[in-house]
Design a protein around this ligand. Structure first.
Ligand code: PEP
Ligand code: MG
Length: 314
């Protein structure tokens, strides 16, 4: 790792034929900031804000959240830090929220659905994020979006919070607004969503779960889990194309982004950013710099991925 760092530090992630993409890191909280720096990631593509809820005994205050977000944003500035709003529910439960037990938690009241049901709770986080935006380069990302109505409601609440803070004389910086694409519904309406987003980040963990109808928590289903399933890969391509039709950049922040057998495929699809576990950043950057997209698709591709990557764009 140290030799890789020596070799790659400060270098761009450019293929032999000159295509450059961003390689960002996924983090679970401010304690991972050091890992972003040590691995020379270009930014943070997914800051899972759940830690502020999961580590607490009671609702985290606006101040606590602000401090955590600010620490990451300010330390890493001018690098971009994309913070995903609360994604609890399903497998991530907290006592103090008093959520009802559900028959199908993965299909239940989770993530943005909780936030849009409990608006005061959501607005506390949005205010903390907006205040932190004054200290660096922030992206705000909403998880599990399945409709335009949800996206618009999130953006309205964000605007409402910004208005309230401005009235109080609180400084707010510039920030980008994007969503996770992690349901087939979002992929299928990606053209409409892209018109109202600065960026998309594809959550391949949930997108795979919801596309293949395979519970991501259930290891007994592993024999059925085709990680490179063409249904998932085609949706990634569809999302990238839809984003680009509307000037929206598209990244991948699910596990598949770190799958080196797919790096060339994703580059051919036109992905703009890959956000991966910090330890995967340097190996991924090394692979990108060795790829030549003028050559025939590489040997690492399976039949499935090849069928997707060579399919016509439109
Ligand atoms: C995903 O679903 O791919 C993702 C990145 O989010 P999480 O794994 O936190 O659900
Ligand atoms: Mg997810």
């Amino acid at each position: 790792q140290r030799a890789l760092l020596q070799e790659l530090k400060g270098k761009s992630n450019t293929t032999i034929d000159g295509k450059t993409i961003q390689v960002y890191a996924n983090i679970g909280g401010p304690s991972d900031i050091g890992l972003v720096q040590q691995n020379d990631a270009g930014g943070v593509g997914l800051f899972r804000s759940e830690f502020v809820y999961l580590n607490a005994r009671d609702y985290p205050s606006e101040e606590e959240q602000f401090n955590a977000y600010r620490l990451a944003i300010e330390t890493l500035a001018p690098k971009q830090v994309i913070i995903r709003t609360c994604d609890i529910g399903a497998d991530k439960q907290v006592e103090y929220m008093g959520m009802e037990k559900e028959e199908n938690p993965a299909l239940g009241l989770r993530a943005i659905r909780i936030c849009l049901t409990r608006k005061a709770f959501f607005k506390t986080q949005l205010r903390a994020l907006l205040r932190a935006s004054a200290y660096g380069n922030l992206g705000i990302m909403f998880p599990m979006i399945i409709s335009m109505r949800e996206l618009r409601e999130c953006k309205e609440l964000l605007a409402e919070c910004a208005e309230e803070l401005k009235k109080q004389g609180v400084k707010i910086g510039k920030y980008a607004v994007g969503i996770m694409i992690e349901t087939p519904a979002a992929v299928l309406i990606a053209d409409e969503l892209a018109e109202e987003c600065d960026f998309f980040s594809i959550g391949t963990n949930d997108l795979t779960q919801y596309t293949l109808a395979i519970d991501r928590q259930n290891a007994a289903l592993d024999p059925f889990l085709a990680k490179h399933h063409p249904a998932v890969l085609r949706q990634i391509k569809m999302t990238i194309d839809a984003g680009h039709r509307h000037g929206t950049w598209v990244g991948i922040c699910g596990e598949l982004g770190a799958d080196l057998a797919l790096t060339e495929t994703f580059l051919r699809m036109g992905v703009d950013e890959l956000s991966v576990n910090p330890v995967s950043v340097l190996p991924l950057r090394k692979i990108i710099r060795g790829i030549d997209l003028r050559k025939e698709p590489g040997a690492g591709l399976t039949d499935e991925t090849e069928a997707v990557s060579t399919a016509p764009t439109e």
